[in-house]
Design a binder for this molecule. Structure first.
Ligand code: BGC
Length: 796
């Protein structure tokens, strides 16, 4: 590789550092450098042709459960199988890298992309995604772990400055990335759009060079998220290797100039080029042979996986499973137009698969159906409600299918509230008053408030479980399969209970992660905040008994933990065994307990028993001590808790671990130890102390301060720019030929408004010329005539 590097001219080198069009790397004829193709990920393949102009326009592929759903399986082997199946499809399509998995931590259920992420817990996220990567890389297809790092929101995702203290950064937001890079060793990592503590992720030396390569020893390639290389010179200098997509010659020019001026060292270019060469040669070699996949078999895996991911959240008087002889009315458009995936870059173009109603009928189950609501709108439809209620009179059980509809969740924007569509909640209020048994089958990529939850008899939560949704729902409802998923995230009771409620999407310029490590159950559990459903929760059609919980010490921090789990019910089933460790010190900022081990049993027949074994190490007890820049274990008595959920602990054992003496943190940070009233509130001074840097002054951007790093959204106070923006948006909608209620349209609009102008040229494939963007900056700064002059000038 070194030899090849030396043969390349500087022009050839910089050429290799940007993509070609949307999905390819650039190659060279002489000396030969191959090109490879990458596609999205992560719940299937989204392979687009070079001319595809719509995000949903891609080749047919299998859609597996999205990450939010897969995570509820708590099944590492299953994650491997799904990764491997996607790898096989990629290979058959000659795709070298799949852009996934997404391992960002779910900070707030409102984040539009939560369905693409695994969990609020980094341990669960890291262990599952790691296996997914092993699976895909077992097919000799590369993974690209994204979005590095702390991409916690979609609103203004390209410009927001994410402020996170070092503890939360290490323990919550980086730890899954760390585990993955050290274990499955993904061939690439994608640097996120946002800034992290003041510096854009793709040009963040601390993140890409010091931590990723320096501390974790990562040897793969770092590419930018699409359009996230805002300043290519800074990116290459600080550790990014490949800009995606095409830099349209602008990046090449900037890099050549920087080298010429001595602003950028050739050794930085060489490092990046060496990483590109290593990647493309390895990946090209690996996909040369022709591979085929059997899509029918892939579908079967998608369906089987979906059955493993569902969570049974309520089952009063064992309403479920249903019996074929019961008279069932299925209500809800989502039973027919099933929602099984999210919108944006992970959207898979699937071939038609049977919906729930089709599946029931194919299996000779005679049910009634009423549409109940129109999924394309939130508006209450009294006629549909009345029809559903009238039909229900002739049936014993109502199976309501509903949840979040398409427009609610997508890449590119966040939800604004936790409620489900009004049309549905109104319908539920009526259905639950009919005196019938009601089963709620829930679809959606994130928690929401289920109204009238006390009046509903059973809740089967399917999340967004891929193209097998119809068949999987049928098998679970009728007990052909026993639900065995557990929630990988907390379902809050109300929005104001979410720990970052006061700090999420509240500011224009920054996102203060003031809640620090108190994300998800680490907050609800520690401060006894009531939830709708807890982390780790899920019921089954059978019951399990735990026995022989033993803990053996091997050396100072190394323990072997074992427990026996027996199926004591009358149906076969699987149990997710969870091991939590309760922290001994109440005066250090730390969650009451944390997940430190999990495993899923085999399918246990009634009376069958299985022993589950875990090993613990230093990290199982440690927290990240910023004063030592390392993980340390506080001495004390740790309680090991084992069971089928955070709140379903079946056995405990206390062990004494001798570690280090850690001073109390309570006097310095009192607010991190109390939760007063409705919401979690951390005052500025305590957060600033924890963060170790000043906050960013917020407010609208003003005339005089605009640069190409700003967005049209930032400049919206200017009338002329608003006028131009409206034209662009109208044109975008028109060219997409879709309704403005389509999430792809909403995402395109937010993309238009929120892309920094410096990258608008590349992201619009050259439609927004750099000259035009620069003219807008002049205009926004109050120099209208200079802007117009610039636009009319000959300069390119
Ligand atoms: C998304 C990435 C995706 C890329 C390519 C970006 O907008 O953030 O997750 O892989 O587009 O589609």
């Amino acid at each position: 590789m070194n030899e090849l590097l030396q043969q390349l001219t500087i022009e050839q080198k910089v050429d290799l550092l940007s993509g070609l069009h949307s999905w390819w790397t650039r190659g060279q004829e002489q000396p030969y450098v191959p090109q490879i193709m990458m596609t999205d990920g992560p719940c299937g393949l989204r392979k687009q042709s070079a001319t595809a102009d719509n995000i949903n326009d891609s080749s047919i592929a299998t859609c597996y459960p999205t990450a939010c759903s897969l995570a509820n399986s708590w099944d590492r082997d299953l994650a491997f199988s799904v990764g491997s199946a996607i790898g096989a499809e990629a290979r058959a399509e000659q795709v070298s890298i799949v852009l996934g998995p997404g391992v960002n931590i779910k900070r707030n259920p409102l984040c539009g992309r939560n369905f693409e992420y695994y969990s609020e817990d980094p341990f669960l996220t890291g262990r599952l995604a790691d296996k997914w990567i092993e699976g895909i890389q077992s097919q000799k297809v590369g993974a690209c772990v994204k979005h590095f790092a702390v991409n916690s929101q979609e609103t203004r995702r390209s410009t927001i400055d994410t402020l996170v203290d070092e503890r939360a950064l290490r323990e919550i937001y980086l730890s899954a990335f760390e585990y993955i890079t050290l274990n499955s060793k993904p061939c690439s990592i994608m640097a996120a759009y946002n800034k992290l503590n003041g510096v854009s992720c793709a040009q963040n030396k601390r993140l890409l060079t010091d931590i990723l390569r320096g501390e974790w020893g990562y040897e793969g390639l770092v590419m930018s998220d699409w359009g996230a290389a805002y300043n290519i010179v800074e990116c290459i200098r600080n550790g990014m290797d490949l800009e995606m997509p095409d830099g349209l010659g602008l990046s090449k020019k900037a890099l050549l100039e920087a080298v010429k001026n001595g602003e950028l060292d050739v050794s930085d270019i060489d490092r990046a080029v060496a990483n590109v060469l290593k990647l493309v040669f390895a990946r090209k070699k690996d996909i040369t042979e022709k591979a085929v996949v059997d899509l029918a078999e892939q579908h079967l895996l998608a369906k089987e996986t979906a059955t493993e991911c569902a969570t049974l959240l309520k089952n009063n008087l064992n309403v479920l499973p249903l019996k074929p002889e019961q008279k069932v009315l299925v209500v809800g458009e989502l039973a027919k137009n099933m929602r099984f995936q999210g919108a944006g870059s992970s959207h898979i173009h699937v071939s038609p698969t049977p919906n729930l109603l089709d599946t029931l009928r194919l299996n000779n189950i005679d049910v009634g159906y009423a549409r109940g609501y129109d999924a394309s709108t939130d508006e209450i439809n009294s006629e549909l409600i009345e029809q559903a209620c009238n039909s229900a009179k002739d049936y014993d059980i109502i199976v309501f299918c509903g949840g979040l509809t398409d427009i609610y969740e997508s890449e590119g924007y966040d939800r604004e509230h936790l409620d489900m569509p009004l049309a549905q909640s109104h319908l539920i209020s009526k259905l639950t008053k009919l005196g019938k048994k009601t089963v709620f089958v829930s679809f959606g990529g994130s928690p929401y408030i289920i109204p009238y939850v006390d009046e509903i008899d059973a809740i089967l939560n399917m999340y967004l479980c891929g193209q097998g949704a119809g068949e999987a729902t049928y098998e679970l409802l009728y007990g052909i399969k026993n639900p065995c998923g557990k929630l990988s995230e907390t379902w809050p009771k109300k929005l104001s209970s979410v720990p970052c409620y006061n700090f999420f999407n509240r500011k224009i310029r920054s996102s203060e992660h003031r809640e620090s490590i108190f994300v998800g159950y680490r907050y609800y559990d520690t401060f006894d905040v009531p939830t709708l459903f807890d982390f780790g929760y899920g019921l089954s059609y059978t019951q399990f008994e735990y026995s022989d919980f033993t803990v053996n010490k091997n050396n100072v921090y190394n323990y072997t933990v074992s427990v026996k789990v027996k199926n004591i019910g009358s149906t076969s089933g699987k149990e997710v065994v969870q091991l939590y460790i309760a922290n001994p010190r109440q005066d250090i900022i730390r969650a009451k307990r944390e997940l430190k081990g999990f495993a899923k049993t085999d399918l246990l027949e009634p009376n069958e028993e299985q022993e589950i074994i875990f090993t613990l190490d230093k990290r199982s007890f440690a927290f990240y001590d910023v004063t030592k820049s390392d993980y340390v274990v506080p001495s004390g008595k740790y309680t090991l808790q084992i069971g089928g959920g955070l709140k379903q602990i079946k056995a405990t054992k206390v062990i004494t671990v001798s570690g280090e003496t850690i001073p109390s943190m309570q006097a310095d940070y009192p607010s991190y130890f109390e939760q007063n009233g409705d919401t979690f509130f951390i005052p500025e001074d305590e957060f600033v102390k924890l963060l170790g840097r000043p906050l960013i002054e917020d407010g609208e951007f003003h005339k005089g301060e605009f640069t190409l790093s700003n967005t049209l959204y930032d400049m919206r106070a200017n009338r002329f720019i608003r006028f131009i923006t409206n034209i662009v948006i109208k044109q975008t909608i028109k060219s997409m030929g879709m309704s403005k209620h389509n999430p792809a349209v909403k995402m395109a609009i937010s993309g238009t408004l929120e892309t920094p102008l410096i990258n608008a040229t590349a992201m619009s494939q050259g439609v927004f010329k750099r000259k035009f963007c620069q003219a807008l900056v002049y205009i926004a700064n109050g120099k209208f005539f200079k802007g117009i002059g610039h636009l009319l000038s000959k300069e390119k």
